[in-house]
Design a protein around this ligand. Structure first.
Ligand SMILES: CCCCCCCCCCCCCCCC(=O)SCCNC(=O)CCNC(=O)[C@H](O)C(C)(C)COP(=O)(O)OP(=O)(O)OC[C@H]1O[C@@H](n2cnc3c(N)ncnc32)[C@H](O)[C@@H]1OP(=O)(O)O
Length: 210
């Protein structure tokens, strides 16, 4: 493993569609892996086949995840983002919309690969989802920043396998600092996790282009 460089290739539409299709299949594979009842011999045989497929993909290897040309928002270019990126098999992925008044909203369902306590979402996964949503709300103010603080309050367990909602909004901007808050809620509308965060536009990006 080596450091990942900043410079990125930018995918065309066809390549992005093919690679996000590949990621969707790998995501299914991850869920199939944690849920399979295959016996030892079958699991070992499948592992060999997957190793061969991994070798095929690795034959042409990039030094870093690619970007796509962003739409209205520069933050949309990172299609390998681990929360919202369709190119990342680790991501659910969660589609997050930003309204004209800066509210970030998404609906999502988390399956067995995100389990923490039995039948509930892992708290670190909830924090990651909120970090992303609050970070996008901060970026929507026009001052994108890195997470400096993130506080989560777990009010009740977040269930797996049911539609959840995440919502976030920035509350204020103070120079390079942006404060934001948000929630995850269950289908009955009750909040399961609350978060507040502060994002800072790094000094080094104030003078150079991010
Ligand atoms: C342009 C950037 C790109 C970002 C992309 C945006 C994309 C948008 C969409 C995607 C959304 C993704 C959402 C996930 C975002 C992550 O996951 S980011 C990854 C996790 N966070 C990190 O790794 C951050 C690591 N920390 C750092 O890099 C640096 O410490 C920071 C936070 C950038 C600050 O560095 P700095 O600019 O050198 O700040 P510095 O001048 O020392 O301090 C400025 C002020 O902030 C205060 N401060 C500094 N750090 C802290 C702290 N941790 N706690 C409290 N106060 C602090 C200082 O005390 C100082 O206060 P004042 O004296 O002004 O009152």
């Amino acid at each position: 493993m080596s450091a990942i460089p900043m410079e990125r290739p930018v995918l065309g539409d066809d390549e992005a569609a093919a690679l996000t299709g590949l990621a969707a299949r790998v995501r299914e594979l991850a869920e199939a892996t944690v849920l399979t009842g295959a016996g030892a011999a079958e699991a070992a045989a499948v592992a060999d086949e997957i190793a061969a497929l991994t070798a095929r993909l690795t034959a042409e290897r990039r030094g870093a995840p690619p970007f796509v040309t962003p739409g209205e928002r520069r933050m949309d270019r990172q299609i390998a983002n681990p929360v919202s990126g369709p190119l990342n098999p680790f991501a659910p992925p969660i589609g997050l919309d930003v309204t004209s008044d800066g509210v970030v909203r998404g609906e999502f369902t988390l399956g067995a690969v995100y389990e923490g306590p039995p039948s509930y979402v892992h708290g670190g996964v909830s924090a990651m989802v909120l970090d992303q949503a609050l970070g996008m709300a901060a970026a929507a103010t026009g001052t994108p920043g890195m997470t400096a603080t993130l506080e989560t309050r777990y009010r009740r367990p977040t269930p797996l396998g049911v539609p959840l909602k995440v919502e976030a909004k920035a509350s204020r901007v103070e120079g390079r600092k942006v404060y934001a808050s948000g929630t995850i809620s269950a289908p009955d509308g009750r909040v399961t996790v609350e978060a507040t965060a502060m994002f800072i536009m790094p000094q080094r990006f104030v003078t150079s282009e991010y």
